[in-house]
Design a protein around this ligand. Structure first.
Ligand SMILES: [Zn+2]
Length: 111
């Protein structure tokens, strides 16, 4: 078996694992760890899967995902601000505030 065949087999293994809800971690070394995340709640697992699939429909309706997104946006805003791009930072911060409001509404509706 040559290298590319081995790689294909490994890729298939990863895809199968992902389909069954496993968490795959790619290390900087290029190694891949496949594990089930028993510590993840079913809803967190759903969030994880949605983010892997870029399922925007889920992310727009999920307060947990929105909060992750808010965190990322605020990190971006912070780096723009550090670079002196105050205008870009402000735009992102407004966006984050709107998402925060939406997340709060979703949480309120879920109770
Ligand atoms: Zn989610």
């Amino acid at each position: 078996m040559d290298t590319s065949e081995r790689l294909d087999e490994r890729s298939q293994e990863i895809v199968d694992a992902l389909k069954s809800g496993a968490v795959v971690t790619l290390l900087n070394s290029g190694d891949v760890i496949i594990g089930t995340r028993d510590d993840l709640s079913p809803s967190a697992r759903e969030c994880y899967r949605a983010s892997m699939e870029h399922n925007l429909g889920h992310q727009a309706q999920c307060a947990d995902c929105l909060e992750d997104e808010i965190y990322n946006i605020l990190m971006d805003a912070e780096s723009h601000r550090a670079d002196g791009n105050v205008e870009d930072a402000n735009i992102l911060e407004v966006e984050a505030a709107e998402l925060r409001l939406r997340a709060a509404r979703l949480r309120a509706a879920a109770k």
